[in-house]
Design a binder for this molecule. Sequence first.
Ligand code: PLP
Length: 377
Amino acid sequence: MVHIDYSQLAEKYGTPLYVYDSKQIEDNIRRIARSLNYRHSTMYFAVMCNNHKNILSVIRRNGLGVQINSVHELQLVKKAGFKNSAISFTSTGISTDLMKTLIREGIRINLDSVEEVDKFCTLAQNRKFGVRIRIPKSISARSLQATNTNRHSHIGIEEKDFKSVLKMADAARNSITGVHGYFASNVLEMTPFQHYAPYMCTMASSFPDLEYVNFGSGFGIPYAPGQKAFDIKKILALFALHVKALSHKYDRPIELIIEPGRTILADAGSLLVQITNIKHLNSNKYEIAIDAGYAELARPLLYGSYHAITTVNTTHRQPVNYDIRGNTVLQNDFLGKNRMLEKVREGDYLLIRKVGAYGAVMASGFPGKEIPKQLFL
Ligand SMILES: Cc1ncc(COP(=O)(O)O)c(C=O)c1O
């Protein structure tokens, strides 16, 4: 990580300010690419975690494709210079208009339901497409820090419907060439992935025209103290092992695809904020108010997510127990509770860490605020 003078940045650009370290993004990409030790593999960056044009340009420079899930993202990635062949689309509830656009542009698409397959086959013939696989609830993240889990979801096509989608595809002279899966976000446990990898490859082998297995992502990162780093190398090696076995079975190379977002961006971004008020709660407890909150960073209120908070330029001051409160009217808008920080004063700056993914892109401005600026170093 490069040394950054955050006070200077705050004075120059104002706060709240998202600050990204482009080198860290590139380091993360390289680390994941090195772990993806399989010749026929493709990495699509999940644009949903942050679609800023500067991030897209780092992604393109590093040779990754992009995973998108809306027409807006399609426009953004095309503007950023991505070719149609470097774009993969996976979403739910795809409208007829959007599907027509994706077909016209020849973008790789993974369909979520029997109904979407039907729609696709009415609109297009002699084409390829992939299907999203319904991941059973038995393969699910158990730990609390995981979000976006499949526990209550109907995303994807069930195994019992494979025959009918194959029939629809056949009737329209289309071929089902890929499978796609995703079961939860920010998963730190190994066990669900150890069940997921063989499950995906077993499902994939129902499709005679198979060309790829897209495992999505969900790879977690440690946000809170004591959380262990996710062993992405081990999981990618496991994916490779199963896809190699499939390649052997099909007697042709099957492509292994992943779509990471968080592992590329989260630790490359911080939210720089200023302390606007300090409330004395009791003899040893204070509440800090800052010039940001739910409007700028939704994850803590939305998911109870932990983000490390650090002081800026306060070396050697006495540690004090603080709650850090967002400046909205929402009663539970806390960015952190019971954080031991060096004693701070009104006007000092704080950094909320690891917010590069699902930070700025989820900033709603609610209630009554502007969307924060984003700065790239
Ligand atoms: C289909 C799909 N692919 C990729 C991602 C990115 O996942 P992550 O940020 O966990 O790497 C998501 C996130 O929800 C997703 O839904």
